[in-house]
Design a protein around this ligand. Structure first.
Ligand SMILES: [Zn+2]
Ligand SMILES: [Zn+2]
Length: 146
């Protein structure tokens, strides 16, 4: 991603934080920028390595606290199956998350299928289960790796 695009995303995140009364601290902002410049998903320890370039005394809790915050704000999605993180491609609204994860190159694409969302929610309700959030991770090969 270009620096300009990163800057645009950071500005957008800053505005949203302002509206919500949340604080995008320098460490949180830095982690956000690293994620914005990342092609695919990235693990917490790789993030920490990169963060140390800007914040030399960064420790694992620095990263985890920043990631918690960014997830709460909906800026970042956690990919549980690979224990990594990816910037949300449309983080200005809450949405069910369906991710297509390429096992070859590690790229992550987000899709939003209301049909999938509704089907899961209905089936869950049939079991008396109330769904708060949904994250679906699909593994396979992207169009460049097929
Ligand atoms: Zn998203
Ligand atoms: Zn791929």
């Amino acid at each position: 991603m270009s620096t300009l695009e990163t800057q645009r995303l950071v500005n957008k995140a800053e505005k949203l934080c302002e509206q919500r009364g949340a604080r995008l601290t320098p460490a949180r902002r830095e982690v956000f920028e690293i994620l914005a410049e990342q092609e695919g998903a990235i693990g917490a320890y790789d993030l920490l390595d990169k963060l140390k370039g800007a914040v030399p005394n960064a420790k694992p809790p620095t990263i985890y606290r920043a990631l918690d915050f960014l997830q709460e704000q909906g800026f970042v999605h956690k990919i549980t199956s690979s224990n990594s993180y990816v910037l949300c491609s449309h983080f200005d609204h809450q949405h069910p998350v369906q991710m297509l994860i390429c096992e070859q190159c590690g790229s992550v694409q987000e899709i939003q299928s209301d049909g999938v969302y509704d089907a899961l929610r209905k089936q869950a309700e049939g079991q008396g289960f109330s769904v708060a959030t949904q994250t679906i991770e699909a593994h396979g090969r992207c169009k460049d790796c097929r």
